[in-house]
Structure formats: structure tokens, C-alpha cells
Design a protein around this ligand. Structure first.
Ligand SMILES: [Zn+2]
Length: 228
């Protein structure tokens, strides 16, 4: 093996060589996948009635790229995902000047495993530091395998505020809106400390949500497409 091959191998170790969205040889997200990550904000709601603005559908390329960021260290996807999250956060905040953005805390184990917190990373890329007012306290586990009601029960008591939040207003931010149990629990913890929660924002939403399908019939949510 020549010097050139050795250098290329070293280069491949240093930089990603496939698009995080589709796997095409590239050093970052390809143009086609970047275009698919254009945000389309929509307003949804949690079971607890919290207004949530989402930017992307959690499927296809968006799902692949977010998983690549979360599980494969593909932080080169940060800029594009950050732009989508910013669109959702901006709409959730609206023109309220006093609102603070607070990221749903990740567990210590997840932070240790990744070395970074994806939501804070996405917020940090827009130079907006999330208010560090919540901490994870419960031992919530294996949300993926649980139904909507079980998720809510699993999440209850998962977060606590670090301080008295009287007089402060918040928008809660997370990466994926699934059933909404996590956002509801974060809102509960903020309100329990005296804070006001004006809404939430997530990068993406899971199109096939049990809670949304159940509630679509009541006209509250407008089904998987959301309401604007
Ligand atoms: Zn691609």
C-alpha cells in the first residue's frame, strides 16, 4: 500500500465519506438530502395540550440524518438540522421577547455515550444557549417499546427544575415529537417551579403517532399532517 492510500485512509477516518442522508460518497450531506431537510413548520399538540411547532417529518432522509448525528457522531449534519430546528423554535417563540429556550435534558448515560447533547448542539450552532434550568432525575428507560399511556407514566417525575422559575417564560425544545409525553413532563417540571410554558418546538415529528391518530377523530389535531 502506497503513501497515497495510507493518506486517503487517514483522511477517511478524520472526515465522513458518505452522505449522512443517503450514503452517497460525499464529505457531508449531499445537495439532494439537504433540500429534503428544508423545514416545513406545523403546529401540533401534546396530550397535555402543549402547543408544539415541528419542522420535519421523522422519516426517510430526516430520520437517517438525525440518527447519524445522534448515534454515529455525524456532527457535520449539525448546520442543516440546526436551520430546521431554528425555524420551529422561531415560530414557537413568536414575538415574545422574554421567552427563554430550554432543551429537554438528556440522561447522563446518553451524554457519556455520545460526548454531546444533540439538542443543545443544534441550538448552540445558532449561538442560542439553552437555559439550563431542568435536570433529569427519574430513571426513565426504553421509551421506544412503550405505548402512549405507558410513556406518560414512564416520564412522570423524570425532570426537575434547578431553581425557582417564577416570572420566567419558556419554550421547551426536543429533537423528536413522538407521543408528547416527554414535552409534557418537561412543561410540568417548569410550571412546578413557577415558570410559564408558552409552547414547545421539535426538529421532527413521528408521522404515525398513536396519540395523534386517536385524537384526530376529535378534531383537536388535524391528524398526522398537523394544523397550521
Ligand atoms: Zn444524500
Amino acid at each position: 500500500m502506497g503513501l497515497r492510500d495510507a493518506l486517503l485512509d487517514a483522511w477517511a477516518l478524520l472526515l465522513p465519506v458518505e452522505c449522512a442522508g443517503c450514503g452517497e460518497p460525499d464529505r457531508a450531506l449531499c445537495g439532494a438530502c439537504t433540500a429534503l431537510l428544508e423545514p416545513h413548520t406545523a403546529v401540533r399538540a401534546t396530550p397535555g395540550g402543549l402547543r408544539v411547532v415541528t419542522a420535519l417529518r421523522y422519516e426517510g432522509v430526516a430520520r437517517a440524518v438525525l440518527l447519524a448525528l445522534k448515534e454515529q457522531g455525524r456532527t457535520d449534519a449539525t448546520a442543516v438540522l440546526s436551520r430546521a430546528l431554528r425555524a420551529a423554535v422561531d415560530r414557537a417563540v413568536g414575538d415574545r421577547p422574554r421567552v427563554e429556550v430550554v432543551a429537554v435534558p438528556t440522561s447522563r448515560a446518553a451524554y457519556r455515550r455520545r460526548g454531546y447533547d444533540p439538542v443543545t448542539l443544534l441550538l448552540g450552532a445558532r449561538r442560542e444557549r439553552a437555559a439550563r434550568v431542568l435536570r433529569a432525575v427519574g430513571r426513565s428507560s426504553a421509551q421506544k417499546t412503550l405505548g402512549a399511556a405507558e410513556r406518560a407514566a414512564n416520564r412522570r417525575g423524570a425532570f426537575a427544575a434547578r431553581a425557582d422559575l417564577s416570572g420566567r417564560e419558556f419554550v421547551v425544545v426536543d429533537d423528536i415529537l413522538t407521543t408528547g409525553a416527554t414535552l409534557d413532563e418537561a412543561a410540568r417540571a417548569l410550571r412546578a417551579a413557577g415558570g410559564t410554558v408558552v409552547g414547545a418546538a421539535t426538529l421532527a415529528f413521528t408521522p404515525r403517532l398513536h396519540a395523534f391518530r386517536d385524537n384526530a377523530a376529535s378534531g383537536d389535531y388535524g391528524g398526522a399532517k398537523g394544523v397550521n
